[in-house]
Ligand binder design. Sequence first.
Ligand code: SF4
Ligand code: SF4
Length: 413
Amino acid sequence: MTEKIDQDTKAQDIEKLWIFPAVRRRVLDDFYDLMILCNKCGYCKFIFAPDAKDARFVSQCPRGNIFKHLSYYASGTLEIARGIVEKRLAWSNTVEHILYTCTDCGHCQFWCNVAMRTHPLTIMEIMKETYVKEVAVPQHYKTIMTNIDVSHNPYGKPHEMRFAWLDNQKPPKSADVMLFIGDDVAYKNNKLAMATVNILQKLGISFGLLYEDEWHSGYLPFRGGFREKGKALLKHNFEALKKAGAKKVIVLSPHDYRTFKVDGPECGLSPDFEIYHVLEFLAPLLKENKDKIKPLNKKVTYHDPCQLVRHIMPFSITEQPREILKLLGIEVVEMPRNRLNTYCCGAGGAVPFGYPNVTKMIARIRLAEAASTGVKELVVSCPSCEASLGPISNEFGLLVENILILIQSAIGA
Ligand code: SF4
Ligand code: SF4
């Protein structure tokens, strides 16, 4: 009997290790069983066949699509990992390039979960953690990490300018509902910060801001192989939010949201406040305030950001933006790849910092797909997507608009 229980427990433990890689030690050798499990089925490369709508848009790994070599697809990178563990292959600049041109779109990880569960993206992150510890730090990550250390943002902008976009109003430093602005919005797209402030005020929501206590969320260090630094930044932000009395935290950037919701618990940080992406928070409020909405009456297509879809399963935020657009009197003409099959805009990971041309090439693939719908406006819900798609959208006859700006305009905020 005892033996039977021991056997059962062992089987459960093995299953747990297989299904949840987060419970393993983050050591490359410990993932060897998953590396050799890859059967090269190709789920990580292509759209799930029954979901394919247009033969031009079925190839899913943005990195692989640009470099067109097996090593640049998840299954090939697993072979590299295997070669390194088996000591048949050495780290090199080429391996660095392969690892750091991954946009963290999550397609491989998500769809391999319905195939072999090799957890390729987790293994690639552990490869990066090993690389920065044992070999070298990529040049762009040197800059990112120094900037975060010195000014709490990856751009190296002065920390005291983080809230320079605020006009006369000064929301309190402490409140039940706290707004986490994030670097992209604070320094590069502060019209989104103003729009959010205006919308919340129009809908009667009081909120606070962290001001000097808001630091980079941790997303970039987590993605670059600097897990301990990511954890320290997240811990700082969680403690500051707790100190501010937060019961609910609204996060503007999908990247920060994913770090708060997923990276946090995965590294043992689970705050006791609720975390909302701004659209998740606004969808029910806008429904209640339908009478304040002046319909915008137009047709658009909508780009799902990877971080709001595959990375936060099973609670992906795909329907709330569509419900909001419907409430605003906007018809959505779907792209062939939408929701769980969304295609990356090229801005994930730290690719725009290290390989801006790769970001541009990927963005062009997504813009071509948006243009294939025949509509002239592409709505985004992520400041990073806006930064990659917006500046080159005119090449495709498209206008890129952020959903927060549309909400602001429809409710006259
Ligand atoms: S989906 Fe998974 S098992 Fe299939 S080729 Fe990709 S990594 Fe390998
Ligand atoms: S996360 Fe996306 S870009 Fe990176 S290897 Fe996987 S599918 Fe390719």
